[in-house]
Design a binder for this molecule. Structure first.
Ligand code: GLA
Ligand code: ZN
Length: 692
């Protein structure tokens, strides 16, 4: 079971390394490449991403190709024992290409075509760009597809952005024709009767019209689709060149512009770039919680298979405004958190700082000084040796009983609708997702992150905050999940619109959810800043929650239609109306939360849900604030990560958990002391097996 899940075949170790740009050095400083090999060994690094920005070195003039330089580097890396994730260089184009074919440069919303500059700015539709990329990708595959160092392909770099050139607009129109078939269908879907925006001819469609919310939503879908289509064309060219290695692409966490669920279906391995900004204040707990949620999504994207933290910073990225150094311990905790959440690769941007360019001050393993004597280098090397000790964890996964739902479609639809998002930072789609996920995380319960089209079977609880856009079939699948004994939690702003952002008509939550929840949300009240509501738990409620809790600025006036009322609002004209309800359906139950709530509430709420449903917690005892616990394992062993994200020491009551520290080999039980920003990884045999 284990080896089938390793990212790199025949490599039962953590991948450790990063973006390596020898092309910045080989022209004038070839000795640096030699030195790199020595330093890579000292840094305990074994995996490098190469060629991400190498187009100009492969093809310095149109149709003139050079590959020998890369072959030499690959040979050397292979000889030194490293493996390579070789990139397709489409993320940054050479100047000759922009000059010869101006259509490859993007056009902005004002209709201005970009001059040749920067990177990540090509048109995804341009046939010429696609052709040039395909030629190069195919050649790369032919040249290096059988090179023993090349273990994986890195597709482009951080796909993103949009283009408003004529080609893209026409492709959008074609995509719409395919989706709606007739203009009548399209006009209905977009409700373009409004303000006389009805489309009379496909060629009139211009996605920049902000007032047509259905069109704005479809434009986002199209941009995501077109980018995915571009990525598929990149893969096809590699395969045409007979490359057989798995492919990946570096995602950017919860990046708003692409529906990563669709990308996840196409790549073989999930990879993410993460650049958290730590402050060594209580705010870091939010950062850690956010990372935990993103990481859980990446693990869930391939049903629990390990993923790669393919870019991270061993120090401070120069672009974060304030490039504050990562304090001792912070870096190590950040990397081990990724491992705790299922990463089998810890890689950095960047291996070595360049002498020039906008990233010359971006943190790197090797500093300008160039030796192994820097603080950062030593830390990386130490983490490398820790990862060697943790090698038995590679290939293992996490079984979660809880899934939190995160849909790009719901997020986009909310963002494209005027009204629900008027409260900045409050109803932002991700906010309640993060808070609910954090509730379970803080209670030491493993959580997956799925999309609403995901497979709920195998879970015991599904939390779907602001399921604003209801996709076809989702309500029915949720009903089945509950009838079979699952617990479902829905919130305000659920089942508000259908596929094209048209409001559902049978009362919110619509599309079948009203009956499932046993509530009707008649009105939604957005409070002014500084205004507040309260919810009060009724005595003897099934969740055994007590007292009054302050709400955020979104509250719904809800009627119970069969659901049991657990808490009510206390203020204003809707004092006494339900704020939290529970509806028994089949063998399961559905909770409906009618107000936005803070993290403390979600922690208490999830704690009650956990005990009510008897979900398994990694540790039965209460964790000190800022201490987090995760587990990975296989049929024989469980690996438990205990991490302190506070500046101060903590003492953790391990209850009846005993394990062996993976680093020291010593047995750990009873009370565990953890210094600020320290982690422990324990190994424990499954109950049925005798202890070592
Ligand atoms: C992104 C890019 C890298 C580099 C880093 C810097 O993640 O993919 O090429 O620019 O940012 O943090
Ligand atoms: Zn374009």
């Amino acid at each position: 079971m284990k080896n089938s899940h390793t990212i790199f075949s025949d490599f039962p170790y953590f991948a450790h390394g990063g973006d390596y740009n020898p092309d910045q050095w080989m022209h004038r400083y070839p000795e640096v490449l030699e030195e790199d090999l020595r330093l890579m060994n000292l840094a305990n690094c074994n995996t490098f991403s190469l060629g991400i920005f190498s187009w100009m070195d492969y093809e310095p003039r149109e149709d003139e190709f050079h590959f020998d330089w890369m072959r030499k580097i690959l040979d050397n890396l292979h000889g030194q024992g490293s493996q390579v994730v070789l990139a397709t260089p489409s993320g940054s184009k050479p100047a000759w290409l922009s000059k010869a074919y101006p259509e490859v440069c993007r056009v902005n919303e004002q209709g201005l075509r970009a001059h040749h500059h920067r990177r990540h700015n090509h048109c995804m539709t341009s046939p010429v760009y696609r052709e040039k990329v395909a030629i190069l990708n195919q050649k790369l595959a032919k040249e290096f597809g059988d090179h023993p160092a090349v273990k994986m392909w890195h597709l482009s770099n951080e796909y993103g952005g949009e283009c408003h050139c004529d080609l893209c607009h026409r492709a959008f129109q074609d995509w719409l024709k395919n989706r709606y078939e007739t203009l009548d269908e399209l006009n209905h879907a977009w409700w373009s009767y409004f303000w006389s925006h009805r489309i009379g001819d496909w060629s009139e469609i211009d996605p920049r019209d902000e007032s047509v919310d259905g069109m704005r939503l479809d434009w986002r879908r199209f941009v995501s689709h077109q980018t995915l289509d571009f990525m598929k064309a990149e893969i096809a060219a590699l395969r045409a060149g007979t490359a057989t290695q798995p492919v990946t692409t570096n995602m950017m966490g919860f990046y708003q512009g692409l529906d990563y669920w669709r990308f996840a279906e196409v790549v073989d391995v999930i990879s993410d770039d993460a650049y958290p900004q730590w402050k060594n204040t209580a705010q870091d707990l939010n950062t850690a919680a956010l990372l935990g949620c993103v990481h859980d999504m990446h693990r869930s994207m391939k049903q629990g298979k390990p993923w790669m933290l393919i870019e991270s910073c061993p120090d401070a990225p120069q672009w974060q405004g304030t490039a504050r150094l990562k304090r001792p311990g912070v870096y190590r905790n950040e990397m081990l958190q990724a491992v705790a959440h299922g990463a089998d690769a810890i890689m950095y941007f960047q291996w070595r700082k360049g002498r020039g360019g906008s990233e010359k001050f971006h943190g790197a393993v090797v500093d300008h000084e160039g030796s192994e004597n820097t603080r950062v280098f030593k830390q990386v090397s130490e983490l490398g040796s820790t990862l060697q000790k943790l090698a038995p964890i590679v290939g293992t996964s996490t079984k979660s009983e809880v899934a939190v739902i995160m849909d790009w479609d719901s997020r986009w639809a909310l963002e494209c609708s005027q009204g629900p998002l008027i409260i900045k930072g409050e109803n932002q789609y991700l906010t309640p997702i993060l808070k609910s996920h954090r509730g379970f995380w803080e209670n030491g319960v493993s959580t997956d992150v799925l999309e609403s089209l995901g497979d709920f079977s195998g879970y015991r609880m599904v939390i779907a905050p602001q399921l604003y856009l209801l996709k076809p079939g989702v309500a029915e699948r949720l009903r089945r999940f509950v009838e079979d004994g699952g617990t479902l939690v829905l919130t305000y702003l659920s089942g508000v619109v259908g596929e094209s952002n048209l409001c559902l008509r049978e009362g919110f939550p619509g599309g079948g959810l009203r009956k499932l929840c046993g509530v009707w949300a008649e009105e939604i009240d957005y409070l002014y800043e500084g205004e507040t509501q309260e919810i009060d738990f009724l005595p003897g409620n099934t969740l055994e929650l007590k007292g009054r809790w302050q709400t955020g600025r979104t509250c719904e006036r809800v009627h119970a239609e069969g659901a049991e009322i657990l808490a009510t609002f206390t203020h204003d004209f809707y004092a006494g109306s339900p704020a939290l309800t529970c509806n028994a359906v089949g063998k399961g139950s559905v909770y409906y939360l009618a107000a936005s709530m803070d993290t403390a509430f979600w922690k208490a709420f999830s704690q009650s849900l956990i005990s009510n449903a008897k979900l398994s917690r990694i540790l039965e005892t209460e964790l000190p604030e800022g201490v987090h616990i995760r587990e990975r394992g296989d049929e024989n062993k469980t690996y438990i990560f205990i991490q302190n994200f506070n500046n101060h020491s903590v003492e953790i009551d391990l209850g009846n958990l005993t394990g062996r520290c993976m680093e020291t080999g010593l047995s750990v039980q009873g009370r565990l002391k953890l210094k600020g920003w320290h982690s422990r990884v324990l190994c424990k045999k499954r109950h049925s097996l005798p202890e070592e």
